[in-house]
Design a protein around this ligand. Structure first.
Ligand SMILES: [Zn+2]
Length: 307
């Protein structure tokens, strides 16, 4: 198997022919927006390994600690703004715009592992800019975004099926009171700052303890059936801001390859398994995506979209 190419002309030649495009996005998509990844070297929060807090077991053991962690992440996500990569991907959901990049394209989907809601926000901003006075093919399609790991802003009940999106900050006064501890608090073992369970967010339907509506480790990602049928159809898979070797992107990229589709990776650093991809474009995805797709002159957020 030949090594992956980084030839833009060859990639664009394939773009001319593809019909069904799926983007699998990971943490690197939001890195330029200042969203911490909580993996690798920066993966600590209050001297705890952050991934160990994103589990049902951690929540059962100390809901106050896990809620404080998620309060922190909600605040960071609310402070952040979508970057050029989020904006471009939102714009690609507009059928007539997509045709300027991939003339034969019939569908476009963005499956994101990120829970920061920035792809949805980019879509909201674009929808507001364009309005509803244009024909359907010139409007963004928010349905093309699938947030497979849920959203930081969803709050759901631990007992009944109540779930709602709540963008308020803080979610409750007790969590707001922990703001002073957010950045330089290192005594994770201390119970001193624990919030009693009845003062944590509660279900508005049955009153039980509520939890962050994100998908934790050991839990099933959302909308897997939809994602499977999208991936089954796709003849181009763009892996953005994550390695094509890490699940779930690895599985999806493999399946697109298996039925003779093309896989292109856009990531900051090389990863060993990316050698199975057809193309690898290394660099910041907010620079590389527009450059490789041939739209680097366009800034969707600052220039008015022409239809
Ligand atoms: Zn409930």
């Amino acid at each position: 198997m030949p090594p992956p190419s980084n030839n833009v002309d060859d990639f664009r030649a394939i773009l001319q022919q593809v019909k069904h495009i799926v983007v699998i996005a990971g943490a690197g998509l939001s890195a330029a927006s200042g969203i911490p990844t909580f993996r690798g070297a920066g993966g600590m929060w209050r001297s705890l390994d952050a991934t160990s807090l994103a589990t049902p077991t951690a929540f059962a053991a100390n809901p106050s600690l896990v809620w404080q962690f998620y309060h922190h992440r909600r605040v960071k996500a609310l402070e952040a703004s979508p970057n050029a990569a989020h904006e471009l991907l939102a714009k690609m959901s507009i059928p007539n715009y997509l045709k300027t990049i991939a003339p034969a394209a019939k569908t476009f989907h963005l499956v994101t592992q990120n829970v920061d809601r920035l792809s949805t926000r980019a879509m909201d901003v674009l929808s507001a800019q364009i309005g509803k006075d244009v024909k359907l093919a010139d409007r963004p399609r928010p349905v093309s975004v699938i947030e497979m790991h849920g959203r930081l802003f969803d709050v759901k009940c631990t007992k009944c099926d109540w779930c709602t999106e709540d963008l308020s900050n803080p979610l409750c006064s007790t969590l707001g009171a922990t703001d002073a501890l957010l950045d330089d608090y290192h005594d994770a073992g201390s119970k001193e700052n624990d919030i009693p369970e009845d003062a944590l967010p509660r279900c508005q339907q049955c009153g039980a303890l509520a939890r962050p509506g994100v998908v934790w480790f050991d839990e099933k990602p959302l909308r897997l059936d939809d994602i499977n049928s999208i991936v089954y159809k796709a003849d181009l898979c763009l892996v953005v801001g994550t390695s094509s070797t890490v699940y779930p992107a690895a599985g999806y990229a493999y399946r697109v390859k298996r039925h003779n589709g093309t896989v292109a990776v856009f990531n900051l650093e090389p990863n060993k398994g990316d050698e199975h991809a057809d193309f690898v474009f290394l660099g910041r995805c907010e620079d590389e995506l527009p450059r490789v797709l041939g739209v680097s002159e366009s800034k969707p957020s600052s220039t008015k979209f022409e239809v």
